[in-house]
Structure formats: structure tokens, C-alpha cells
Design a protein around this ligand. Sequence first.
Ligand code: DCP
Ligand code: MG
Ligand code: MN
Length: 360
Amino acid sequence: RSAYAARVEPVFREILGFMERSTEVVEREFKSRAYGKAIGRLERSEKALEELSREELAAELGPQCGKQMLKHIDQILSTGECDKLVALRQDPRRAAVRDLSQVWGIGPVTALKLYVEYDVKTVNELRDLVKNQPTLLQPRVCRALECYEDLLERMPRDEADQIRERAVAAAKRACGDVIADAAGSFRRGKLTCGDVDVLVAKRDWETNASAPRDRTSVLETIVEDLHAQGFLTHDLTDVTRKRSRPEDEGDERDQSFEARGAGPATYMGICKIRAKHRRIDIKVYDPAQLPFALLYFTGSDHFNRSMRYYAKKIGYSLSDQGLYERRPDGTKGRSIACKSEREVFEKLGLEFREPYERGV
Ligand code: DCP
Ligand code: MG
Ligand code: MN
């Protein structure tokens, strides 16, 4: 790496880290998400970065490297620091946003609002406030807030394995001939997992494409079963439309439980195992989509991003639901069927990578 890139990158990464946790605050200082893009360009650059001049580095960063960013780069290069970043590290708004946005369902926008409008700086202060104003947060965010301490922890792998087994057993009870397994960090072989990501598809749908309501009803059966066992303790998605509340619309995350169009039925919730609350996600897909869903939900998200980027570069579009040819206008063209994850790599002309080789 060039001396320039080596000095600029860590500072950019810090700015980016701040952006991911506290967009609103940081955007006032740094105006845009350009730093994330800039790092992406540095990572993907095919140039020998050690040969680049300051101007060439700026060119390599692309159009997002405007006057402001160049000013920051110059300061970083001459002093190793960036004044705005120094100020940001001490900004009380940022500290509050960083703390509050660790609660599931609270994003930077809500966190900043809580700080500005209610002077809430910590999760404990938020709990006190919610006691007096129970409707301040959405019910599912209140539920997540109850388990806040547990959910901060990553779970050991053997515990994730037990959750996986419980969910797979429930899926088998729900529809017999079923394909069900854990994706995510568990499938990548990680020693700890933030949650367990379970993918389900009913085998006999292979010959008879599944309707959205079928995927929804299979998911409902699985979720009811796990509730009846006392395994699931809190829902973070509304399990039925009847229970969904109008004020839940326009949330920072998509909360729909029901399958929509060709998409999966999705459940997010909290289960209890060994006296700890743990996060579990369950998704029911059409089996034709399963190889793509498995690839997508195995991640890592960084691996996905680079694979999607590559697919796009060679004229395809890759998602959790399929691989498509890309028309010149950027819209999806013909869908390319794949029977396995391995086939998706093949169709893109890529060497297969085992899940444990797909990033941290
Ligand atoms: N994913 C993605 N882009 C996102 C979110 C998720 O590509 N914005 C994919 C890649 C992830 C997978 O979904 O690996 C599962 O998401 P998780 O958030 O559960 O991430 P992991 O399972 O990889 O890690 P963790 O152990 O923190 O759950
Ligand atoms: Mg996960
Ligand atoms: Mn997950």
C-alpha cells in the first residue's frame, strides 16, 4: 500500500465506523457516505497504490473525493489527524447515539431523536423513560430492550448449534419433507455467533412453485410450535397481519413477517437457552431460490458485496432470490436457474469457496 493510502485509510475507517453507528451526527460534519465508498475503492483498486501521488490517490478514490474530502486528506497526510474527527470523538451526541443504537431496532435516527428530544444518553436512562412513556418506542423495540444485556453478547457456537437443532426439528414437524439449516456466521464455522440464521424450504414445492401464503403458513406453524415449547420468548416481527399496528409502518427495518411476491416469509425473534436470551432469524423460501438464499445468508456481508459487485461487472445481477442477466438499462433480464450454491459460483466463472473461506 502506498504511504498515502496507508495513512488515509485508518482515519477513513474511523470516520466510516462513526457513520455506521451515528449517521445523522456524522453527516453534519462529513456531509455524505462518501467515505465508505472511498474505502471500497481503495480495497478494490487494481493500481499499485505505493506508486500513487496525492493526485492519483484522489483520482483512485473516484468522484466522491470532493474538495472537502481532499482537504481532510491533506490534513491527514501532513498531521496524521483530522480536526473534524477529533471533535467528533468528543461529541456527546455521538456518544449517546453510539450507546442507544446498540439496542435492537434503534437506528441512528431514533437514537439522535431520543437524545435531542428527551435528553436520553444511556440505555438505562432509556429504560427509565420507557417506564413512564410505554408508547414511546415500538412494542418490539421495548421487547428487545428487556433483553438488552443478553443480546449484546455473541453466543458460543455449541449454543447456536442447539438453537439450530430446535428450529430444524420444528421445521420438520411443520412440513415433513423439508430442507432446513443454519446459514450466517454459524455456517461459516465461527466460534461465536451474533444470532442464528435459519433457512427453510419445503421440498415438494420444487415441482409446484410455492405461493406467498404457503411460505407464510409454514413459517407460522414453525413459530407457533417454538412458542408452544416456550423456546421463543419475544417476537421482533409481527407474527400475523391482524396484530400489526399502523404506527409500525415506516420503521428503519423491514418488519414484514409475510412473504411478499416472490420473496421469503421472514421471522425475527428472541429465544431462551441456558438462561440466556438469544436472537434467531427464520426465513422460508421457495426451494428454487434456496441456493441463492443460502449463498446470501451465509455471507459474510463483505463477501456478498464483493460477489454482487463482481456479478454486476460481468453483466449479471445477484440477490438472495436469484441470478439474473442485466439488461443494458440496468433492469433484471432472464433468470438463471442454479441447483446448488456451487452452481452459482460456476455460472459466474468463479472458483467455489467453502463457507469458512467467505470472510470473518
Ligand atoms: N447480509 C448481507 N447484507 C446485510 C445483512 C445481512 O449480505 N446488510 C447477509 C450476510 C450475513 C447474513 O446475511 O452473513 C446474515 O446476517 P447476520 O446479520 O446474521 O450476520 P452474520 O450471521 O454473518 O453474523 P452474526 O454472527 O453477527 O450474526
Ligand atoms: Mg447471523
Ligand atoms: Mn441474522
